[in-house]
Design a binder for this molecule. Structure first.
Ligand SMILES: [Zn+2]
Length: 590
């Protein structure tokens, strides 16, 4: 697109656009030297002859191959190298493998270092979590060595670099842009280029790594012979120790020198994204040119290949693909007939597959939306509150329910606490496994579109053969009076929302005949940012001491899935605000 020479591809510098007339003249004059210098092949390009066509204006970048499967793939390699060098791979793997499940999100099955062939879909999900997991790995204290001062500096730089590249990538996937989003893209890219050198040594080629190994080996040999000499001269233990420390620094310095010297970022994909901000302001969102759409149509063919015997595959793929295609078309026909005529619907009942439940909800403007309880658990029994606590395996649940009723129902009605106990005396309790929450969907253009999130609390029971679920959620605390020990006043940055774990979901019919929809949660305390005033813009949350934070809340106070990334095991989490725009916007909306 522009005249940027190969050895400058990794630098953020603007070059004039390529000029077709110039190349056409050179080709006519057979000026091979000039063509070669400008990196143009000595052949006539058909586009040069078309009237009013500017060939370099025709090129549109493809997000999928340039960013998702290009630069982000590189970033993953750099991160791997960085973690390995700083001995943080185990910490990273630990956070990575214990990422909590959230609906609509990717949960990695493989350890990060085993991910080699990543699909576009997987990479898009990795993009959402990579910054927080990297952050957690570098800040973790459990089972890791304390970083030195110079390491801390490098960690900070590396986090910034990952932050700027991933935020740039997230912005580039926006469906619509404003001047400020395009401005952010320019700024983030600039910052990425300013910080990228922290990963330079991990960009080294095999040959360079080989040279670095050689340097290291030579040093070992030299040190060995010198040590023999020192022993002969009768050096003291202190002298030897000092020499060993010096050797270590020298080796680190020299090896780094070799790795950095021959490495560079001059590959085309890193240059291409430099044109994105301009391209968006001239031609609109990049998504419309993305090959992601076309690539999904390969899926049916790939499935057909997998079903073939892999030997005589081509006719089998064609046959298999055509068969499933025509069956799908017939099915759609039948579904259409069935909606028109109830009699047909009855006869086709067994044939027409029931539609899968919609994961998206679009309602008219101004319509109120509700959360929905799903998955009844246990049989409906008349409990007293002690039995409730036993059944749900939360010893203090009974007390918490009484407290909640006293503060939020009886006091509001100028009632006394004894009335809370009266309402609860013969209450009926029904447990549920999951909650469907509509959250604003920013991936579609329509207003009033919601994504349906499912959060689960399985009360210690297994969930689909895997461990019990106790999902992390956002809780809107403004509308309730909670136990003072369970909430630490206003949390900076989140005036309305706190994070917590969902312990159980239930409805309770009081002796007064009213039905109350409630949840029991363990709220988490906001504990600051991983690096004070750091660039991450991410918050740390931790568990309250001595079981504080446990409380009953209104069901409607639960606002959706909170994306928490484990940091210190079972104690601290990082709030991943890249997980969904809803949270990101809510937090920055002050
Ligand atoms: Zn260019």
């Amino acid at each position: 697109m522009c005249e940027c020479p190969q050895e400058e591809l990794g630098n953020l510098q603007k070059y004039p656009p390529r000029k077709a007339e110039k190349y056409r003249a050179w080709v006519n004059e057979s000026d091979a030297k000039n063509l070669h210098n400008d990196g143009v092949k000595p052949v006539t390009n058909a586009l040069w002859t078309l009237k009013d066509v500017v060939p370099n204006e025709l090129i549109r970048s493809d997000i999928l191959h340039t960013m998702i499967l290009g630069n982000l793939q590189h970033l993953m390699e750099w991160i791997k190298g960085f973690l390995e060098f700083h001995n943080r791979l185990p910490a990273f793997d630990n956070s990575w493998s214990s990422l909590p499940y959230y609906s609509g999100n990717y949960v990695p099955h493989k350890s990060y270092r085993l991910l080699s062939q990543v699909s576009g879909k997987e990479m898009r999900s990795i993009l959402m979590v990579i910054l927080s997991v990297f952050n957690a790995a570098l800040h973790r204290k459990t089972d890791t060595q304390r970083p030195t001062a110079s390491q801390e500096q490098e960690f900070k730089r590396a986090i910034s670099c990952v932050l700027y590249l991933t935020d740039f990538a997230l912005l580039s996937r926006y469906r619509s842009h404003t001047d400020s989003t395009i401005g952010y893209m320019r700024e983030y890219l600039q910052e990425f280029h300013r910080t990228k050198d922290v990963f330079l040594r991990y960009q080294a080629t095999k040959a360079t790594k080989g040279r670095a190994d050689l340097v290291s080996k030579e040093l070992t040999e030299r040190n060995k012979s010198r040590n023999v000499e020192a022993n002969a001269n009768g050096s003291t233990a202190a002298q030897k120790a000092r020499a060993a420390v010096e050797d270590r620094y020298e080796r680190a310095y020299l090896v780094n020198q070799v790795l950095v010297e021959d490495s560079h970022f001059n590959f085309p994909k890193i240059h291409l994204i430099m044109h994105w901000a301009d391209q968006i302001s001239r031609y609109g969102s990049l998504l419309q040119y993305s090959t992601e759409v076309c690539e999904t149509s390969h899926k049916a063919l790939k499935d057909a290949y997998r079903r073939s015997n892999h030997v005589d595959r081509i006719p089998q793929i064609i046959q298999g693909y055509s068969r499933s295609h025509s069956f799908a078309a017939k099915e759609l026909d039948m579904a259409a007939w069935a909606t028109e005529d109830p009699a047909i619907q009855q006869r086709l009942g067994d044939v027409v597959r029931p539609k899968r439940k919609e994961t998206r909800l679009i309602v008219p403007a101004g319509t109120k939306i509700y959360v929905t309880l799903e998955g009844k658990g246990a049989v409906q029994v008349v409990y007293d509150l002690v039995h409730v606590a036993e059944e749900f395996m939360i010893p203090e649940l009974g007390d918490h329910i009484v407290q909640f009723f006293a503060c939020n129902i009886c006091q509001a009605a100028n009632d006394t606490e004894s009335d809370a106990e009266r309402i609860l005396l013969h209450a009926t309790v029904q447990a549920y496994n999951s909650l469907e929450i509509p959250v604003p969907d920013q991936d579609v253009d329509e207003n009033n579109a919601y994504k349906l999130q499912h959060v689960r609390a399985t009360r210690g029971n297994m969930w689909r053969g895997k461990e019990a679920r106790r999902d992390a959620v956002w809780v809107h605390i403004e509308s309730m009076r909670l136990r003072p020990t369970s909430v630490t006043g206003c949390l900076r940055g989140y005036h309305r929302l706190v994070t917590g774990f969902l312990n159980t979901l239930f409805t309770l019919r009081g002796s007064n005949g009213e039905l109350y929809k409630l949840a029991h949660v363990t709220l988490l305390e906001w504990a600051g940012n991983p690096t004070p005033n750091g660039p991450e813009g991410m918050s740390e949350v931790k568990e309250f001491l001595h079981g504080g934070g446990q409380t009953v809340v209104w069901l409607c106070a639960i606002e959706g899935v909170a994306h928490l990334v484990p940091w210190e095991p079972e104690r601290n989490w990082i709030v991943n605000n890249r997980g969904d725009y809803h949270v990101w916007n809510e937090m920055n909306d002050e």
